[in-house]
Design a binder for this molecule. Structure first.
Ligand code: G3I
Length: 322
């Protein structure tokens, strides 16, 4: 019998955020990505500071490596991200110029990066995390220099550079409740009404085991009500949001996490098929998750454990589509 894999079993693409150094140097990691997933997102390699380290210097080496890996192994590549307030190189944070100079900086960056990957990357997170938790516009360097309308222009610049690419607005916290979610959906709907080329919404879904099922289901259904494609773009489920330094993983915690994965995947499976862009987990296993490093705590957010073995969450994802 053919072994079950996520990419083989699921009715929509299954992706993971990939670390290029692990992909190059760790064959267990690489083999797991090849076997289980049919879509990849660069965890960091396509961000502004990675690909555009100084004003007239672009460095696509790691991003090209991922695109070549994907081509050789038949994976879709989702691009992340053209515009964010974080992971900017010093030269952008220190840039001095007129509004026109900033506009040119934004446009040149987007069009150089999208143009470089034209025809190789099917979709982009064009703008990432522009909304605050209280629903206001985030006070990023882009808003300060260009005003909030830069968001629509970022989509237009990306569309000009690759008219075939699907363009997403990507953010976290749809599941926190109505405040942030409504602001995000209002932004996206206003872009649509203005005729801005936006194809989809990325719901990051960096969530936690204590989040209510209602919030998770509402997040997915209300986003789908826009009619746009929906990407669960950075899914992980933290087990230790309270930062307990001595917490250990138990089967009971694993079962709670599995139930939450099932809730999310079941809700996603129920939206219209033509809106199911796919589900991407943020990282591959508990060993390479950003959460323990970023928050300096033990945690186990992913469907594969630190020994690259399937957890209860893995089976729950499969069960969710039955
Ligand atoms: O590689 C350098 C290393 O050379 C240096 O010594 C070290 C010291 O700070 O930094 C290392 O770079 C870090 C990089 O991750 C690689 O580990 C950066 O500091 C760190 O900021 C970076 O964090 C990434 C973060 O985005 C910021 O770009 C995480 O890996 C990545 O998982 C995270 O991903 C984000 C998504 O892009 C957007 N949504 C939220 C998500 C999680 O925060």
């Amino acid at each position: 019998a053919v072994e079950t894999t996520l990419q083989g079993a699921m009715p929509f693409p299954m992706g993971a955020a990939v670390n290029i150094s692990l992909l190059k140097n760790n064959s267990d990691y690489r083999n797991l990505v090849v076997k289980e997933f049919n879509s990849v997102t660069a965890e960091n390699a396509m961000k502004f500071a990675s690909v555009h380290p100084s004003k007239d210097v672009y460095n696509f080496a790691d991003a090209d490596y991922l695109v070549d890996f994907a081509r050789l192994n038949g994976k879709r590549v989702h691009g992340h991200t053209l515009n964010w307030y974080k992971s900017l190189p010093d030269w952008v944070n220190n840039f001095q110029g007129t509004t026109a100079d900033w506009e040119n900086l934004l446009k040149t960056h987007i069009q150089t990066v999208v143009g470089h990957f034209k025809g190789k990357i099917v979709s982009w997170d064009v703008v990432n995390e522009a909304i605050n938790e209280d629903g206001t516009m985030r006070n990023s360097i882009w808003v300060q220099k260009l005003g909030a309308d830069y968001i629509g222009r970022a989509f237009q610049y990306a569309h000009e550079a690759d008219p075939g690419a699907l363009l997403f607005y990507n953010d976290y916290g749809h599941e926190f409740g109505p405040t942030k979610r409504t602001a995000i959906l209002n932004l996206v709907n206003s872009l649509k009404i203005k005729g801005i080329p936006i194809d989809g919404i990325g719901l990051q879904m960096h969530t936690r085991v204590t989040q209510s099922d209602d919030n998770l289901i509402n997040a997915i259904n209300l986003a789908a009500a826009t009619g746009l494609k929906i990407h669960l773009s950075e899914l992980d489920i933290a087990l230790n949001p309270e930062n307990n330094q001595t917490l250990t993983f138990t089967a009971a915690l694993g079962a709670q996490q599995a139930a939450k994965y099932k809730t999310i995947v079941k809700a996603y499976n129920a939206i219209p098929k033509n809106q199911q862009f796919g589900i991407t987990t943020w990282n591959v296993t508990d060993a390479d998750s950003w959460i323990p490093t970023n928050y300096n705590r033990p945690d186990w957010p992913l469907p594969f454990d630190a020994q690259y073995q399937k957890k209860a969450a893995y089976q729950a994802i499969l069960d969710a589509i039955k």
